[in-house]
Write a protein that binds this ligand. Sequence first.
Ligand code: UT7
Length: 328
Amino acid sequence: MSIFARVAGTGSYLPELRLTNQDLVERLAKNGLETSDEWIKTRSGISARHFAAENELTSDLAVKAAEAALSSAGITSEDLDLIILATSTPDHLGGFPSTACVVQDKLGAHTSCAAFDVQAVCAGFTYALAIADAFIRSGSYKKVLVIGAETFSRILNFQDRGTCVLFGDGAGAVVLEASNEAGILSTALHADGSQRDILCVPGRAGNGEVHGSPFMTMDGQAVFKLAVKVLEQVAHEALDKANLKPEQIDWLVPHQANIRIMEGTAKKMGMSMDKVIVTVHEHGNTSAASIPLALDSGVRSGQIKRGQHLLLEGVGGGFAWGAVAIKY
Ligand code: UT7
């Protein structure tokens, strides 16, 4: 009998501080930069985003999302075999120790529960799910907590209006359990390191100093064009592997970077927007956290129901992209 990685529970967390576009208009004006609610909304679909408090770390957001996911799965942290955490904004410089290890400790998980981070930027959650799926299907682990968590506000350059209005902080998590019932049906991952400069944090740490910029930079138009192209390809690849047609997908749960990218992908897949979970207007782009935040929002709002087919997809820095087909 086949073993599947079944979604047993979901959870998410957004920091308390919510900034509207108008809040950013005022903040950027202090830096002598102009922006507007209208520009941000029309170009990206974003109306608001959340920023972590000064003393709130990526692991703190991750723990809150994880606790909600564990509770919805009806298990405790002591039952976990593995924690995989996708992030580009780890607690510690160089991601050392891993934020997953910090979360393991803060959750009070057993030391037999392995923990590590995955770095694939906005595609991080699809990468982490694919790894968890492989571990579960191989019989290595039975209960895996997969988290996407970010504090992108810490790497935003508030002198660059082209990027700082687009991102936010948050965390989402799922508990995957080995099951005879269907769960993850297929995964597809890709990367193209030759495109690494179009979306990156160029700086490097060395000899106690940062050499180069410690802020994220993005060639928005180049990222936009590549994103629309590869998301359609990887979505079809994951569907083919799962033996599904686009019309059998009940919900597309895309990375929440830009409403226009989501509309473009849905159109190319022949799906109407009422089958797409959209949270970008309230969350902004939360990188690795955006897919699990959207998934949890869809589950908790009652839109996503047991037995439905979901297609998750994400793309971002690296360049890295991936898709995961799931029977929920
Ligand atoms: O999560 C990883 C994946 N990331 C993405 O998928 C992001 C992909 N890219 C995008 O979503 C879009 O390219 C953006 C939302 C970043 C930008 O939208 P765009 O339609 O590509 O705008 P643009 O970069 O071509 O800029 C248009 C104009 C420029 O002015 P000029 O040169 O036409 O006079 C910019 O200087 O908008 C100006 N601009 C702004 N104006 C007001 C750039 N940022 C702002 C701003 N407020 N915040």
